[in-house]
Design a protein around this ligand. Structure first.
Ligand code: SF4
Ligand code: SF4
Length: 103
């Protein structure tokens, strides 16, 4: 009985952690603060979801985020020494990006 309770608690804990993670991924996404970025690409190497990449833009090379792949795990934020990444509201970011693209 004791073992059953321990196993049930563990399963509940795992379900809870997965639920919290998927909720975070649904609501949040990473944004690059380009002015702070040194272009070291540590974040690109750290992102297991392959949501970050370096792209050539008209004003030079830039780190770009693929929001469809970002799981909001914050691993990239943890390795960035330049305070160039932040977690933001996904809907707000999508709105701002669509606004910028339609400019
Ligand atoms: S780790 Fe930070 S400074 Fe380095 S490329 Fe990524 S965002 Fe830029
Ligand atoms: S939060 Fe996680 S998934 Fe999103 S870009 Fe950073 S490392 Fe990749």
């Amino acid at each position: 009985m004791k073992l059953f309770l321990i196993l049930a608690s563990l399963v509940l804990l795992i379900v809870f952690v997965f639920y919290q993670r998927s909720k975070l991924a649904k609501n949040k996404v990473v944004r690059v603060i380009s002015d702070n970025c040194a272009g070291c690409q540590l974040c690109v190497k750290k992102c297991g979801a392959k949501a970050l990449g370096m792209e050539e833009r008209e004003n030079g090379k830039r780190i770009v985020v693929n929001p469809d792949k970002c799981t909001a795990c914050k691993n990239c934020i943890a390795v960035c020494r330049f305070n160039a990444l932040e977690l933001v509201n996904r809907k707000q970011e999508e709105y701002q990006q669509s606004f910028l693209h339609n400019k």
